[in-house]
Design a protein around this ligand. Structure first.
Ligand code: AMP
Ligand code: MN
Ligand code: MN
Length: 372
């Protein structure tokens, strides 16, 4: 049941954002690029949407590239990797993200150029690693960008298909892997800068090549990026091996209050804990992955009270348990084993809602296994 539902959502186009003006053009372009890809033997494994995306980029004069709010390593790595390729193509572009670049990704070249409120005239928007328009946050201004085509490049199974072109590939381990294909389609040669940004995306979204979607194709993409000059050891050092003391202290506080019930493990981070530990960011920063490593648990959750008072919910599960549908029902999204949502409630209310929804989903999934 879950599968059919998801397949339907991925390609569902949300018409409510006034993009229909560009639809005829986009459809024509799709047909054209399909004809071209049928007659061409090169890079035939990627879907046609990548051809359409490359074609639109070649024609564009001012491009706005945006990634999702509370950016992670894939969002920032994809944004910067594509930006350096656009730079090589001589394309005018602006990089935007509603929230600041987390400390661990500031080392990536160009991170200082990312703005929250882009200003300029754009004839193309590229959305990266983002499953719905709402998650672009303030970086996407619906009024000034009305009618401007959006290329939606993403790998979330919960992507709602909000773009004029929707290149959504849940089989890709990271959006950065798709951006690598796009850059190759654009004919831009890789260099150490582009390669570092993209490998940063792949390494972080696979948690260091440990997720079940780490296929030979992912390793092959990573190899190509290393051969182009990216340093795997530098990236892993930056993103996994070092963190501020405040984070270590916060983990300590959160881990000492951990709860386990029926193979679900969770903990909470409130504002007071953040202040006491000197932690200034909104992100749980990898804690949920560590929590879910407990052998007694199949699902892990971290509830974090954000500075704006809403609750960020980060969920992880063992392979075989799909938590993306739970996140989606709660207004969020994600991947089968890594998903999240944001709730406008107290920490206690968020906990009760998420646990109830999760337990219901786990029962449904267990029942589906028994039926089959
Ligand atoms: P996180 O737990 O924040 O690392 O997120 C895990 C996955 O779920 C990532 O792929 C996020 O993009 C996605 N995700 C997290 N929160 C949301 C949300 N509120 N809406 C949609 N997707 C989300
Ligand atoms: Mn992401
Ligand atoms: Mn991603």
């Amino acid at each position: 049941m879950g599968k059919a539902y998801r397949a339907e959502r991925v390609f569902l186009r949300d018409e409510s954002f006034g993009l229909s003006g560009s639809a005829g053009f986009i459809e024509a372009l799709k047909t054209k690029s399909q004809q071209r890809s049928e007659s061409s033997a090169s890079i035939s494994s990627a879907p046609d949407e990548s051809q359409t995306a490359a074609q639109l980029i070649r024609q564009a004069r001012g491009i706005l590239v945006i990634c999702h709010i509370m950016p992670d390593g894939d969002a920032i790595g994809s944004l910067l990797g594509l930006a350096w390729a656009l730079h090589k193509l001589g394309k005018e572009h602006t990089l935007a993200c509603a929230d600041p670049v987390p400390d661990s990704f500031v080392y990536l070249p160009g991170s200082e150029d990312i703005v929250s409120y882009p200003e300029g005239n754009y004839d193309l928007v590229i959305s990266l690693d983002c499953s719905d328009l709402k998650r672009l946050g303030v970086a996407y201004d619906q009024n000034s960008l009305r009618g401007v085509p959006i290329i939606n490049i993403d790998h979330h199974v919960t992507n709602v298909g909000f773009g004029s072109v929707n290149w959504v590939d849940p089989n890709s381990a990271a959006t950065a892997q798709m951006v690598l294909t796009l850059i190759e389609r654009l004919g831009v040669p890789l260099d150490p800068t582009i390669a570092t940004c993209l490998l940063n995306g792949i390494v972080t979204d696979t948690r260091g090549f440990r997720t079940p979607n780490t296929t030979p194709a992912v390793m092959e993409a990573a190899t190509r990026l290393m051969m182009a000059g990216a340093s795997m050891s530098e990236i892993t050092q930056q993103v996994f091996n070092r963190r501020p003391l405040a984070v270590v202290r916060l983990w300590g506080r959160a881990l000492s209050a951990v709860q386990l019930d029926d193979r679900i493990i969770w903990t909470e981070i409130n504002q007071a804990m953040k202040h006491e530990c000197g932690f200034s960011s909104d992100s749980g920063d990898g804690l949920v992955g560590f929590l879910t490593s407990a052998c007694e648990a199949d699902v892990g959750i971290v509830f974090t009270e954000k500075d704006n008072g809403t609750i960020d919910v980060s969920i992880r599960s063992m392979p075989g348990i799909d938590i993306s549908n739970v996140a989606m029902r709660l207004g969020g999204g994600g991947h089968p084993q890594a998903a999240g949502c944001n709730l406008n409630s107290s920490l206690a209310e968020a906990r009760e809602r998420v646990l109830a929804e999760l337990r219901r989903s786990l029962l449904e999934q267990a029942a589906a296994i028994n039926i089959n």
